[in-house]
Each structure stands twice: as structure tokens, then as C-alpha cells.
Write a protein that binds this ligand. Structure first.
Ligand SMILES: NC(=O)c1ccc[n+]([C@@H]2O[C@H](COP(=O)([O-])OP(=O)(O)OC[C@H]3O[C@@H](n4cnc5c(N)ncnc54)[C@H](OP(=O)(O)O)[C@@H]3O)[C@@H](O)[C@H]2O)c1
Length: 314
């Protein structure tokens, strides 16, 4: 099975990528074009200059079309998906505002699966999140976080983490709807995604790093996150699409770092930037990284975690 983006495995196949202008979706579109796919990208506004980068991608002139579609407009989704072999559903709000988050994430995903079922696509790959996996205060620190874990909805709600709440309900909806409609669904759950931007705008996960470079964050949090390179995430989506035996959820991560480690790495590479050196919480003990399982046989087989060949060090 190919594990790089240089082959033309997609030759003759048409696939749809929702929210094509976003950070991760732009990379998915780029790698799909490199592999010879014919790509339909959906955008809420194809004429917005922020999406112009898509037309500059190699192969875009011949094999990329951009369609106007909103997740809450079923007809627009249906038109974009009709005639496609597969769908990558990556579009989603990324916000903790429940009003902006819930409807597009949940009903939008439901619309997508119904449209994919009606169009009889071969497979839907849904971009979920680590946020649907690890938000569970009752999990003991030594438990390995893997694809069998689910976030606790009550906990997400009580902590007002509407992004994780919305993504969890959206993924659950995707599974239920796919089962009911007979859609072949595979889910990728990336951790926090970083790496080069193809798009001209800054997305939420890039802000996570940028705030330490611009001086807007004067301290760093006593917190841990798992990180992964955007190219690996895009490749994971394509590999689960191309591998007939792929099924279920695929956690896509590379390393788990305390924020103190992140600022140290940044300071090493960018000493001229105003990177914080103080933790905002000097009272509580340093939060310990959790165990993230990225080296199960399926992950290795799919080429996921391209830079990682072992369970993430804790
Ligand atoms: N970045 C991360 O660290 C990370 C980690 C795990 C999972 N994810 C998931 O990965 C996906 C993409 O994230 P990203 O970082 O690439 O974010 P992004 O750059 O903000 O892209 C999100 C895309 O979703 C589109 N969208 C939002 N609401 C929509 C709606 N109602 N109808 C149609 N399109 C809509 C946006 O379109 P507009 O341009 O029109 O707003 C945008 O293109 C999301 O599903 C996110 O939950 C991201």
C-alpha cells in the first residue's frame, strides 16, 4: 500500500472535500491532487480571496472544482457530492460558542451522511478530533488513551467546552446515521494540528502557537496537549480512504507535550521572539502528559504518525 503522496492512486476517482479552504482540508486537497484524484471542494464562499490558494495548487487547474455549499443547506451538499466516489468531511466550526458550534457540527454532519448515502459514495472519511476521545476526568492517569475512549459529554458541558461537546455529538451522530443509512464511514481523530499553512488566514490551532510568538501570551499554561503535523493528518485521511480494510476510528497524533516544553522548543528555534518563560500557575504541580497510543498495528499499517514509531513518551 502506498504510504507517500507521490503515487497516482486516485487516478479516475472523484472525491469531495468539505470546507476545502480550511487548514487541514487544504492539505487534504493538495495531497489528493498529487495522487491524481479529481477533487470537488466545497466552500461557503468560493469567491472569497481567502480561498484563492486552492486554485494555485499543482493539478488544480485540470482537476479541482470549487462548489458553493453550506453544511446546513442539504441541497447544496447533495449537489456537491452527487457523482463522487468518496467524501472527506472536514468542515466544522471550531469555537466554544454553543450557538455557532452545535448546529453546523451536528446537523451539518447528519446532512452530509444522508447526502453521501443518497449519492451512494463508496466511503466517507470524517474529520473528528481528540476532543471526542480524551475529555474524561474519571480516567486514571496511567490509562492509555486510544480509539476506544470517548469524551464524557456531561464533563464537556459542565466545563463549557462546547467544541469538544459538539464534536463528540457530531461523531456519535455520524456513526448512528452511517449505520442506519448503510454508509461506509471511517473516522480520523487528530490531536492538535500544527505545521505550514497553505491558506492565507490563521486558524484556531495555529493561534495556539502564534500567541507565544507575538507576545500576546505573557505566560504559558500548566497544561498538556498532543500535537501532530498537518501533512501527516492529511495523509492519514487519504490512507484510510484508500485502504479497503480500514474501519472505525484512527487517533492521529505524534507527541504529548507540556506547554513548558512547547515554549522551550519555540525559544530554541526563534530566540528573537518574546516567548514566555513563566508558567501562569506556579502553585499546582506541573500537569503530567497523558498516555496517547499512536502505535497500534492499524496505525502503523496506515502510515499514520509518519514521524513516530513508538508509543508517545510520557
Ligand atoms: N486544527 C486542529 O488542531 C484540529 C484538531 C482536531 C480536529 N480538527 C478538525 O479538523 C477540521 C478542520 O479544522 P481546521 O483546523 O482545518 O479548521 P479551519 O481552518 O477553521 O477550517 C474549518 C473549515 O470549516 C468550514 N466551515 C465551518 N462552518 C461551516 C458551515 N456551516 N458550512 C460549511 N463549511 C463550514 C470553514 O469554512 P469558512 O472558511 O467558510 O468559514 C473552514 O473551511 C474540523 O472538523 C476540526 O474540528 C482540527
Amino acid at each position: 500500500m502506498p504510504n507517500d503522496s507521490s503515487s497516482v492512486s486516485g487516478h479516475g476517482q472523484t472525491v469531495c472535500v468539505t470546507g476545502a479552504g480550511g487548514f487541514i482540508a487544504s492539505w487534504i486537497v493538495k495531497l489528493l491532487l498529487e495522487r491524481g484524484y479529481i477533487v470537488r471542494g466545497t466552500l461557503r464562499n468560493p469567491d472569497d480571496p481567502k480561498n484563492a490558494h486552492l486554485r494555485e495548487l499543482e493539478g488544480a487547474q485540470d482537476r479541482l472544482t470549487l462548489r458553493k455549499a453550506d453544511l446546513l443547506d442539504f441541497k447544496s451538499l447533495k449537489e456537491a457530492i452527487n457523482g463522487c466516489d468518496g467524501v472527506f468531511h472536514t468542515a466544522s466550526p471550531m469555537t466554544d460558542d454553543p450557538e455557532q458550534m452545535m448546529e453546523p457540527a451536528v446537523n451539518g454532519t447528519k446532512n452530509l451522511i444522508v447526502a453521501a448515502a443518497e449519492a451512494k459514495v463508496k466511503r466517507v472519511v470524517f474529520t473528528s478530533s481528540i476532543g471526542t476521545v480524551y475529555m474524561n476526568p474519571t480516567r486514571s492517569p496511567d490509562v492509555v488513551v486510544d480509539e476506544s475512549c470517548w469524551s464524557n459529554l456531561e464533563y464537556c458541558k459542565n466545563t463549557k467546552n462546547w467544541y469538544c461537546y459538539g464534536k463528540t455529538v457530531a461523531e456519535q451522530t455520524a456513526w448512528e446515521e452511517a449505520k442506519e443509512k448503510g454508509v461506509d464511514l471511517v473516522v480520523v481523530n487528530p490531536v492538535l494540528v500544527v505545521g505550514p499553512l497553505l491558506q492565507p488566514t490563521v486558524n484556531a490551532s495555529i493561534m495556539h502557537i502564534l500567541k507565544y510568538l507575538t507576545g500576546s501570551a505573557k505566560t504559558y499554561a500548566n497544561a498538556v496537549n498532543a500535537y501532530v503535523h498537518v501533512r501527516d493528518v492529511a495523509l492519514a485521511h487519504i490512507l484510510v480512504y484508500e485502504t479497503p480494510s480500514a474501519s472505525g476510528r484512527y487517533l492521529c497524533g505524534e507527541s504529548v507535550l507540556h506547554r513548558g516544553d512547547v515554549v522551550e522548543i519555540l525559544a530554541k528555534f526563534f530566540p528573537e521572539y518574546p516567548i514566555p518563560t513563566k508558567c501562569s500557575d506556579e502553585v499546582k504541580p506541573r500537569v503530567k502528559p497523558y498516555n496517547l497510543q499512536v502505535d497500534n498495528p492499524e496505525a502503523t499499517r496506515l502510515g499514520r504518525g509518519v514521524h513516530s514509531s513508538e508509543t508517545v513518551p510520557i
